[in-house]
Design a protein around this ligand. Sequence first.
Ligand code: MD3
Ligand code: FE
Length: 219
Amino acid sequence: MTGSAGHTKDLFAPAGHWEELAAGAMILRGFARDHETEMAAAIEQVTAAAPFRHMQTPGGHRMSAAMSNCGEFGWTTDRRGYRYTREDPETGHPWPAMPDVFRNIAVTAAEAASFPGFDPDACLINRYQPGARMGLHQDRNERDFDAPIVSVSLGLPATFLFGGERRADRSLRLPLEHGDVVVWGAAARLRYHGIAPLRSGSHPFAGEARLNLTLRRAQ
Ligand code: MD3
Ligand code: FE
């Protein structure tokens, strides 16, 4: 099912069109493009206070994507495990506040995808440089899987891997581009997903990088 004047088989998918990728997964192509100046300033402000870092996994590997957070809770990982914390473990300070522009994009996108009343309390910011990737995983550290996750892709394009309910299920490969917003809820919420190694390139918004925001209800 698609919205606006759009159709799945259209040659062009202009900004403002939405499309249901799969049950519970709604893509709003270019939804965040109009807000890129405000978003750039907000990302600068957050990452000045909570700099990007490569976290350690429980298995002792360093994540290839660099991360920061804003909002009441931030997602972290170290040798002890994955969890949400109120403070940035690197600084001991609370995570920076969630900028209004992030919240507004997430709430309006969630509403458009039939999740009224989404109230995110956490925003993870991932930064991928060429070669960085994210292996197939499920997002299970949140308290309530009834709340969706809203993702905002910025900068270089990436190939998103959208798997099934089991790790061994085949993945679909889906390009995600600057300004694309996806709402992942209901039947899509616990599907395996990941990001293929980022291809080199340069983008006016982010230089040689892709940034991804995920807005969540952690607690
Ligand atoms: C599908 N991030 O931070 S965003 C993550 O592009 C993460 O940085 C990727 O996976 C990135 O956990 C993918 C898209 C996304 C986020 C959460 C999901 C897709 C999802 C949760 C359930 C199903
Ligand atoms: Fe994820």
